[in-house]
Design a protein around this ligand. Structure first.
Ligand SMILES: NC(=O)c1ccc[n+]([C@@H]2O[C@H](COP(=O)([O-])OP(=O)(O)OC[C@H]3O[C@@H](n4cnc5c(N)ncnc54)[C@H](OP(=O)(O)O)[C@@H]3O)[C@@H](O)[C@H]2O)c1
Length: 377
């Protein structure tokens, strides 16, 4: 597992990889072209996406940005078979508070799969959708109200401020994505794009959940699902950032060593032991599995149980992560010092052509750390 933590994938952006042979003004109404038929014979011949507001004037681009790009798209909710590769998706417009990112790596989260299945259709943005929340890439254009970021900056972030409330139609599984500056941070210098792409949604969830419990130095915590995207970061943040006195975590047998390497003092093999039968109680139980009914049995009186998914049993509570670039900035010293490390699933990174396989994998709930998509052409 050490090899995973020390992944050395590197990507050195050069002006050449950002350049393109043609350019055109960014459109207000964006069409997925006829050629979509070729990739999606069962679906409507033309899919149109209407941007919610006008493209804002942006500063002059140092690189030429194409009008169309390659992206993964779905026009219906359903299984992985709704995902289609499209070579002529319009590059999204850039609002005044946004930057356009040339995507270098993107990461998959369970929310991408649940959204595609239609579980959040009541609050989702209209179809068709280019999926993808997490991104790492290079700024190629800035909106007129962007204050700090500039072209050429290497950035990362979760592009959807509210995970379930109107997430963007133009996600990160594309060559370009447009993102509000406030949702982004400069990529930690020691991390490559693959490592950075796997962090935003998971680390912001880990951090927000710990903050909401009032977690502080000297407290104990049990992390359910310690080897997953969120759990692997809860273990590290609890120990390295919040000063936990004791961290326990659950996983299957093969992942116990990973939990220890991340800082867990006690590892529990859920294939052999029932954590809810333990005598020990914890100040906080962070449930990233959906076992809140059991989690509440091992929390101290007055303690907190975070339930990210599944049914919530009192005193457990649910929150939905808010993307916030400030959290990434706050955690930057821990990332750049190596105290907190991204965990990239060793089966990846998945090339852009294998987004369907990556979705199928995240839906097994067996991923170790993050599933990353790279390279993106
Ligand atoms: N509310 C929010 O804002 C929010 C934010 C982020 C995520 N979530 C949700 O939280 C959940 C976790 O997200 P994630 O990104 O961490 O998922 P993930 O990376 O896909 O989680 C996979 C991990 O879960 C572990 N796991 C599965 N069943 C387990 C069990 N019974 N006991 C212990 N570990 C188990 C697996 O380990 P083994 O292979 O060892 O079983 C695997 O390493 C998802 O349902 C996601 O939708 C909610």
């Amino acid at each position: 597992m050490e090899a995973v933590l020390n992944s050395t994938t590197t990507y050195l952006p050069t002006p050449r990889h950002l350049s393109s042979t043609h350019s055109s003004p960014l459109p207000f109404s964006l069409s997925f072209r006829e050629r979509r038929r070729k990739f999606s014979p069962k679906q409507a011949s033309v899919l149109r996406v209407f941007a919610s507001s006008q493209a804002a004037p942006a500063s002059s681009a140092a690189v030429t940005i194409p009008s169309q790009m390659k992206a993964w798209v779905y026009g219906d909710y359903g299984g992985v078979d709704v995902l289609k590769f499209d070579t002529a998706v319009s590059v999204p417009p850039v609002k005044e508070d946004q930057v356009l990112i040339k995507v270098v790596a993107a990461a998959l989260n369970p929310v991408d799969a649940k959204r595609r299945q239609g579980k959040f259709k009541a609050t989702d943005s209209p179809l068709p959708t280019v999926p993808g929340y997490d991104v790492a890439g290079v700024v190629v254009k800035v909106g007129s109200q962007v204050k700090e970021l500039k072209e050429g900056d290497e950035v990362y972030g979760d592009i959807n401020e509210k995970a379930l409330d109107g997430p963007k139609q133009f996600g990160s599984f594309a060559e370009y994505t447009a993102v509000e500056e406030k949702l982004l941070a400069l990529k930690p210098k020691n991390l490559d794009f693959v490592q950075a792409a796997g962090l935003p949604l998971a680390i912001e969830t880990a951090y927000e959940g710990l903050e909401r419990t009032g977690f502080s130095a000297g407290k104990s915590i049990l992390v359910l699902g310690g080897a997953g995207g969120v759990g692997s970061l809860v273990i590290q943040l609890a120990k390295q950032v919040f000063g936990a006195s004791r961290v326990a975590a659950t996983s299957s047998t093969a992942k116990l060593e990973l939990l220890k390497s991340l800082g867990a003092d006690l590892t529990i093999d859920y294939t052999k032991e029932n954590f809810e039968d333990m005598a020990e109680k914890f100040d906080v139980v962070y449930d990233a599995v959906g076992q809140c009914d059991k989690a509440v049995k091992v929390v101290k009186e007055g303690g907190s149980v975070v339930a990210l998914t599944g049914a919530v049993t009192p005193p457990g509570f649910r929150f939905v992560v808010t993307s916030n670039g400030e959290v990434l900035k706050k955690l930057n010293p821990y990332l750049e010092s190596g105290k907190v490390k991204p965990v990239v699933d060793p089966k990846g990174p998945f090339p852009f052509s294998q987004v369907v396989e990556a979705f199928s994998y995240v839906e097994t709930s067996r991923a170790t750390g993050k599933i990353v998509i790279h390279p993106i052409p």
